[in-house]
Design a protein around this ligand. Sequence first.
Ligand code: ZN
Length: 585
Amino acid sequence: MHLARILGGVLVFCLGGCSLGGATEAADLILHNARVYSLNWPEPSRDGQPDPSAPHGPAGWTPDATAVAIRGDRIIFVGSDAEALHLANGSTRTRDLAGATLLPGLIESHTHAVELGRNLRMADLVGVKTEDEAIARVRVHARKHPDAKWILGHGWDEGAWADRYPDMAKLSRAFPKRPVVLRGLHGFAVWGNAAAFAAAGINRDTEAPSGGDIIRDQHGNPSGVLTNRATELLSQAIPIAAKEEREAAILAGLDELARSGYVAVHEAGVDAQTLADLEGLSKQGRLPLHFYAMLSARDSELCRSWQLKGPDTGESGKLKVRAVKAFFDGALGSRGASLLTDYADQSGHRGVAGAQYQFDQDLVADMMRAGFQVCIHAIGDAGNRQTLDFIAAVQGNADGDYRHRIEHAQVLHPEDMPRFAALGVIASMEPPHAMEDKAWAEARLGPERVLGAYAWRSLRENGARLCFNSDLPGSDWNIFYGLHSAVTRQDKTGAPAGGWYPEQAMSIEESIRGYSSWGAYAGFAEDEAGVLAKGMRADITVMDIDPFDLAAGSPESILAGNILMTLVSGEFAFDRGDKASKAER
Ligand SMILES: [Zn+2]
């Protein structure tokens, strides 16, 4: 069916006057000798079975094309090498992909890419075991940035170090003049030197804000670490980076994601400053990826200004603003997620949600009525139920293509599963979270409720639309880890054998759609992204493994995949340039 459509497209194209290789219709770039999965066939059934017309048979999946031809920012042909190469003329670039796998460009539909970029520009303390090791790494970083007025670092593990927090003595000796601020891996603690504490005006008379602690020595002086809400005392003192540095951080984050195979990100929460920076980069044509920005509902002034303008159609440039990100409840690990009944491991406690969690329902409702998609963080079964109730109350009976999203949709009561389809709400979920939370999720929820947690298959069976993402940088954004988690419900070590609640696993087609065509729908981009077909945007990801093939026999091998090429609107955002380019002429 899809093949006939593709061939039909070529026929019309040629009847329309292509003299083969002629100047007007020639391709700019032809990628050939590839295993192409266009996804340009009907959706799989709710149980994950491929559509009968999909390129799938008793022997498994087979690629449905070997070549893609591109002109400008569009795909002009998907099909065989011979036909594609007919579209070449003297100035066409051709790339022999040597049997690599070519997929629709991958979409990361819940990111904090700007935060990732900032982290990448700081001293990297991930994995440090001792205070001395951390200081040594900060020294190397500081030497590379002699002009930075403040020295920033990220990634020491405040959870693992909770019983032996460092103090400021050694750090202050190593850096007597420049302020140093080192954020913990999870953002719940900061460690600073004396210069930083002095610059922030934190001393023995400073009181910690409620919900936070200033760690003190035996004389009552701040000893160098602030936790939870008190971290703001130090982080607010850091001067706002200059525009060049802010732009460099954004581009560093996006470049890392291009290298990771993504052609588009859905950024979950953008404030006014960041949006202004993004608009500048977009106008100058410097954004390497499509950037779907969710306005942060915590920046109500920004939201109110967009409420008057209405959503951005995004027809020019790569930046699009037509969504709002809000939080309804907390997280499950810290028992902040809102549950219908008590936590299994803390009786009398049900988490925190709604107004107590600063969910501004008037603002969010106004933005919905102004035509914005809302993407609401909800984790617990009560949090999800009340979020669905809220969406139903505001727009449940209104006709319209709203595509509101619940971000994470992590724990659901069975009665709420069908409401996603009924309300047209998309469940935006992270396959890696299931793997990272499996160690303690059942302790929080107990054996019954855990059946409705990370319940991708149950949601699909109830007709819900999903999209997949990593919520980076909190989780590893490696696409092969994401696909492996979705298909196997096993972590990187292969545990547990057989998978964690494996009945909720996705097929490989569903997993890849979760990171491509379903993500495109969640960002109102399915008319030009998510599948490979003539007329679609030339957004392409090339990798050195065939996940469709591996998923059946050796899914653990998916973890060893590498991204070779990321093409965004016909331009290379990443090109590893070795295996992917056996021959170029
Ligand atoms: Zn997030």
